[in-house]
Design a protein around this ligand. Sequence first.
Ligand SMILES: *Cc1c(COP(=O)(O)O)cnc(C)c1O
Length: 383
Amino acid sequence: MGFSTRQIHSGVEPDPLTGAILTPIYQTTTYVQPSVDEYLSKGYSYSRSGNPTVRALEKKLTDLEGGADTTCYGTGMAAINALYLALLNAGDHVVVSDVVYGGTYRLSTQVFARFGVSFSFVDTSSQDAVRAALRDNTRLILTESPANPTMKLTDLAAISAIAARHAIPHAVDNTFLTPYFQRPLELGADYVIHSTTKYFDGHNATVGGAVVAKTAEQDQKLRFIQNATGMIMSPQVAWLTLQGCKTLSVRMERQSENAQAIAEFLAGHPKVAQVCYPGLPDFPQRELASRQASGFGAMLWFEVAGGLAAGKRLMDTVELWSLAENLGSLESLITHPATMTHADVEEAERQRIGITDGLVRLSVGLEDAEDLIAALDKALAAL
Ligand SMILES: *Cc1c(COP(=O)(O)O)cnc(C)c1O
């Protein structure tokens, strides 16, 4: 069946007790067992090890990404933490995209580095750079495409092929495009990571995360870590995320249409120095964007002529666009990565990878494109 049908129906069945069409929020710690000999006969023992509401979301995400199974977590960062804990030991080495979510960089350099794991932050848009970075002890390649916030793309099939040749798992953070536009497992990746906080929820209501594994064996390792460390998603968060998933395709379509219109408006504005959106003809990796994804998404960035000072004035004064972290929600958001989402990336490293001080990131929401454009036009005119 098609994506829109599956995003609504996969993983959920009418409640066996009442017929309720929505999976109930199973707000419970424990599950009463029929007898000692029938322990776990209904599949649940304690809510750290499993919960039916969370399970429904796991099944839905598994189907949408085309994996073997999924584990859900309290945040996207907990999902990446779980993947690291499942795959890495002291002395191991990881290759990570040089442009990644700021929290991924922080978890790597300020937490896992303390436990003897080393990281190379590499331009994963270059296959040669990835090959050159591999060591005998490399145990994971982690890429993010499009990368937050510069929108640089990684050729996921090419990097998956390199990873497979060296028997190293390849994990892809697919938060920006979602399985509606991009399915890394079909391109050869082993794991897909999501911050469900973003497009799966889509309503600015929850924080959550997920790892979709290609094989049941990989999923079992994650599930062991999840139970051992207690990094779980709550049933309320799973319930809200389940509702968000049901409109994912419609939101992605409209939000990316809005983003295209806004990118074209900004590209033609005299006070805008630069715009970066994969749907613009001058996007440097346009061919790759069309080859590995079926849409360009709803994230873009631009720089105002006049640099940081003008950009700050715009972010502080623009109407309708909320100055906030987060992305992917119905509400359009404007963000300054250098001081907000990527503040923990050292200044020199930020400059090297292209997160300039003047970079303004837009997460385009579901409002009318004309209103979003009018608000930007007014703020630009006032500069
Ligand atoms: C937000 C984000 C994360 C982290 O997710 P949280 O839910 O905020 O912990 C990871 N990767 C990307 C690409 C993100 O945008």
